[in-house]
Design a protein around this ligand. Structure first.
Ligand code: SAH
Ligand code: SF4
Ligand code: F3S
Length: 478
């Protein structure tokens, strides 16, 4: 292994946190002895799966500190709000929730309210919390998640509010306890940060440069999850398929997938999010030949116009992107391909937008996540000319959805009459008389089942398909 850069936080730093965890636990246990009930912690999460995974660490540490993890903020002694900054709307939602917690703090002045995540990795938002939300006890950024126990202790000991500076060098903290969401699905972060600096995007500024975990640490975690009975494992990274490049490892993301695929057991591996520039033929070949790797590729296109793609700093053209899709479909004819599309990037003309609609018709994605461009302070696009009026952005967004909905329906219809393998997630949230699950391509499937089917792979014969979901019945093995 040559030129390997050590991205890993020294184990002694993590050990230090366990000392703080012990200290807080002692205090919390004393509280339980006196009051007969445990102190509770509530974690509110905004944003992407990376944040969900970070929140599982926050909850894991809170549990180790002796808190009971609560589903509601009322009555909690510790509230952590894990924020997102990708769009203005996400920030406003987080600020509004933090505003709502003021009355809880009034009722219980001993309660600790902490705000972390991408929004408060920006200086102007830290100042906003400092001056407009005086009941927030401390703020910590995305590279300081592991320092939560230390911050609680410091806050209690000093009585002063803390605005945790970001670590100078973002490092990967291994060995933090996690409390995973219920169910048979698990997130595993394999790399953090982003080096791409797409001109509209705040992520590289709030998540720092790319750094990858070692394949040994990832292998051990995935093997343990499979052993524990997790059935669907999603490898996470802002740029998951550039895994390893930052660290000078002599293995890349395709090698990592091949290695994980050797783990024995009944499970599927998904991964997100990939950047087209790193979607290599080697990676597609590994997927096509894999035993456990879902034939599902989430590959954000963002826009169909080469001029817009260039100004977005995406580093591919629509034709080169289509070259990747053609290879995926040649090797895996049934692969599910999903994407992210943005409308209203500064200077997007009607013609540019129509290029995006044409691109959708050619690419024929199974599903897209669609976004209206939101200006992010500090990014190059923020100061570009010709921002698009909201009304036009909304109109384009509607047209985008209409176009894609028709394609999604066309893609789902041929599944009627086919049997698909579905991981059952249990009773549907909106209607507990039916069960829901997802197939290999992450499409949602509804069916009748029994509670004992939850967390299992089932064969489901698809009887009906609409734009967003499939409906069927279980084929039971005799
Ligand atoms: N790393 C991933 C995902 C990043 S954020 C990637 O490169 O695709 C998820 C999506 O949010 C992006 O794909 C993009 O479509 C959207 N997004 C990012 N910044 C945005 C902004 N300023 N306004 C609107 N949507 C944005
Ligand atoms: Fe943002 Fe681009 Fe990085 Fe994705 S690749 S996180 S869109 S800068
Ligand atoms: Fe949001 Fe941060 Fe994820 S900005 S989308 S929570 S990386």
């Amino acid at each position: 292994m040559c030129n390997t850069k050590n991205n890993i936080l020294p184990a002694a730093e993590v050990e230090k946190q366990f000392e703080y965890i012990k200290r807080i636990k002692k205090d919390n246990d004393k509280y339980t002895e006196l009051n007969g009930n445990r102190r509770r912690a509530f974690v509110m999460t905004f944003g992407c799966q990376q944040n969900e995974a970070d929140s599982e660490k926050i909850a894991g540490m809170a549990e180790a500190m002796g808190y009971e993890i609560a589903n509601l903020p009322e009555g909690a002694s510790l509230i952590v709000v894990n924020t997102c900054a990708v769009r203005e709307h996400a920030e406003q939602k987080a600020l509004s929730i933090i505003g709502q917690y003021k009355h809880l703090k009034n009722k219980d002045p001993d309660m600790i309210i902490a705000v972390c995540g991408c929004m408060v990795t920006q200086e102007h938002r830290v100042n906003e919390i400092k001056f407009s939300y005086p009941y927030v006890d401390f703020v910590f950024g995305t590279s300081s998640i592991h320092r939560l126990p230390q911050l609680i202790c410091q806050r209690r000991a000093s009585g002063r509010r803390i605005y945790c500076p970001e670590e100078k060098e973002y490092l990967v903290a291994e060995g933090i306890p996690m409390k995973r969401a219920e169910g048979a699905r698990a997130w595993v972060s394999v790399m953090y940060g982003c080096n791409n600096f797409c001109s509209y995007c705040i992520v590289p500024y709030v998540r720092g440069r790319e750094r990858s975990r070692t394949r040994e640490a990832i292998y051990d975690e995935v093997a343990e999850l499979v052993k524990q009975g997790y059935r669907d494992i999603t490898l996470l990274g802002q740029n998951v398929n550039s895994y390893g490049k930052d660290s000078g490892y002599d293995y890349d993301f395709a090698d990592l997938l091949s290695m994980l695929d050797t783990i024995e057991g009944d499970y599927m591996i998904h991964f997100m999010t990939s950047h087209p520039k790193d979607a290599t033929r080697k990676l597609i070949d590994v997927m096509a030949n894999g035993r456990h790797i879902a034939k599902h590729f989430h590959l954000p296109l963002q826009a169909g116009s080469d001029d817009v793609l260039r100004r977005m700093n995406r580093r591919y053209t629509f034709e080169s992107y289509m070259g990747i899709l053609d290879y995926i479909r040649e090797k895996m004819p049934d692969a599910v391909i999903t994407s992210d599309i943005m409308v209203g990037f500064p200077g997007e003309s009607e013609e540019d937008f129509e290029d995006t609609l044409r691109a959708l018709r050619r690419a024929r994605f199974d599903m897209i996540y669609s976004f209206i461009y939101s200006p992010r302070r500090g990014t190059p696009a923020y100061s570009m000319d010709c921002h698009i009026p909201d009304k036009i952005k909304s109109e384009r967004f509607e047209r985008l959805l209409q176009c894609q909905n028709a394609i999604a329906l066309e893609k789902n219809k041929p599944l009627v009459g086919k049997t698909v393998r579905v991981l059952c997630d249990g009773r549907s949230k909106n209607n507990d008389k039916v069960f829901s699950g997802r197939n290999e391509g992450n499409k949602i499937v509804f069916f009748d089942a029994e509670d004992s089917d939850t967390g299992k792979f089932l064969d489901v014969l698809i009887e009906r398909a609409d734009t967003f979901a499939l409906y069927g019945k279980i084929i039971r093995q005799k």
